[in-house]
Design a protein around this ligand. Structure first.
Ligand SMILES: Nc1ncnc2c1ncn2[C@@H]1O[C@H](COP(=O)(O)OP(=O)(O)O)[C@@H](O)[C@H]1O
Ligand SMILES: [Mg+2]
Length: 393
């Protein structure tokens, strides 16, 4: 549902919600499809600082409220995920009280709508926070399902981002709930599998892909899908487009790894099926050729690319889980921005993971040729031992 002035609460209604939470109303923080978000301040100033108040459509807000209830059942909370702190309702509108960050800005505004470039330490902080929040949700069987730049907020400080928070559980879903939507909420951040068949796709792996697409976008300052004209991106993709069967086939062949099938003609057709013109998909291999990426820092590129590629892996089984992707951070954290060392540690870490996945034999025998040589050597040794034993007998 898109917001119009008739389905938005009046200022007096918003103020009365704020009073209901013993707060007074502050500045607007943002708006979305459900209504608006405001800052609110406790009437009696305590150590808790300010909060956010999400006010609007009851149906969307109660879905979000129920998700908060579900994930908070066991008491502990995740400092990288927005917290639901209360819910109020009138016959026409609902209001959620949420945790927030000081001077919060979403990634869309902070990086994409500005000429600010991301630093390595901000990049690490944001990636880690988002992965921790996803790990927390995924462990509780909840997929976020709407990861995009305006659903991550940051608190800017003098020397960069101080904190980052994953927000907006308006599309989040329990893994066992029936998928009610025909299409993903935003094709820019949808995994190939979610585009082709949302109900059959792995919702957790789709979250990881979406995060990879967001991280890519804040480095490259353009999305993985590129729209030559801004207006060709539908305002509300979930309502504006629906893939035909032919379109799904094509999406699968274009995005599903069989890249040889991709031609401009096919891309045009895919674009048509999305209701988009001239859709371009950037292949993972071409990322490091991207002009912005080249500038980002030559050393950083080597540290960042393998990490990002594991998030945006086309095949679900090759895409890492939040927990696996987080394993990279202890290595990154030991150094600040000493990139040469960081790079070495990251590579060592990744190689260790690679080997661990290959099973016991491939850990001790890294290549096939070496395996054969060792096998032959063991046979020779056994043979000579047998011969010796026979001679002695
Ligand atoms: N807890 C919060 N703290 C600060 N800003 C917020 C918070 N929640 C939402 N916002 C701002 O409001 C915008 C819309 O809120 P969001 O929850 O994402 O709504 P929607 O479901 O419509 O996308 C966000 O992009 C963000 O800029
Ligand atoms: Mg949002």
């Amino acid at each position: 549902m898109s917001i119009t002035s008739s389905n938005l609460p009046s200022k007096a209604e918003v103020e009365s919600f704020a009073r209901g939470f013993s707060c007074h109303l502050g500045k607007p923080l943002g708006k979305g499809s459900f209504g608006k978000v405001y800052q609110i301040h406790p009437r009696i100033q305590g150590p808790s600082g300010s909060f956010a108040l999400k006010v609007g459509d009851i149906d969307s807000l109660t879905i979000e409220r129920d998700i908060f209830r579900h994930i908070q059942q066991n008491g502990n909370y995740c400092k990288y995920l927005v917290q639901g702190l209360g819910y109020l309702e009138t016959p026409s509108f609902g209001a959620l009280k949420l945790s927030t960050l000081s001077n919060a800005q979403n990634l869309e505004r902070y990086y994409l709508a500005s000429n600010r470039t991301i630093t390595v330490s901000d990049y690490k902080r944001i990636s880690k926070a988002a992965l921790k929040a996803l790990q927390y949700l995924h462990r509780r069987g909840i997929a976020h399902k709407d990861l995009k730049p305006n659903n991550i907020i940051v608190s800017p400080g003098r020397s960069g981002v101080r904190k980052a928070l994953l927000i907006d559980l308006g599309h989040a879903q329990n893994q066992f709930a029936h998928e009610s939507r025909p299409n993903p909420s935003n094709p820019l951040y949808s995994s190939p599998q979610a585009i082709v068949d949302l109900a059959q796709s792995d919702p957790f792996k789709a979250d990881i892909y979406a995060l990879g697409a967001v991280l890519w976008e804040i480095i490259a300052k353009e999305p993985l899908f590129v729209f030559p004209e801004e207006e060709s991106c539908p305002q509300n993709p979930s309502e504006d487009y629906l893939l035909s069967n032919e379109g799904k086939e094509l999406a699968l062949s274009c995005l599903g790894g069989r890249r040889s099938l991709k031609s401009q003609e096919q891309l045009d057709m895919l674009g048509k099926n999305y209701g988009l013109d001239d859709l371009v998909f950037e292949e993972a291999e071409s990322w490091d050729q991207h002009p912005y990426y080249k500038e980002f820092a030559i050393e950083t590129k080597d540290a960042v690319t393998p990490f990002l590629q594991r998030l945006i892996a086309i095949e679900e089984k090759e895409r890492q889980s939040a927990a696996e992707a987080l394993e990279i951070f202890p290595a990154l954290e030991k150094t600040t921005d000493r990139l040469e060392r960081t790079k070495r540690q990251v590579f060592t870490q990744l190689q260790v993971q690679e080997t661990a996945r290959g099973g016991f034999l491939s850990q001790i025998l890294p290549s096939c040729e070496l395996k054969d040589i060792v096998f032959a050597a063991v046979c020779c040794l056994l043979l000579s031992l047998c011969t010796q034993a026979l001679q002695e007998a």
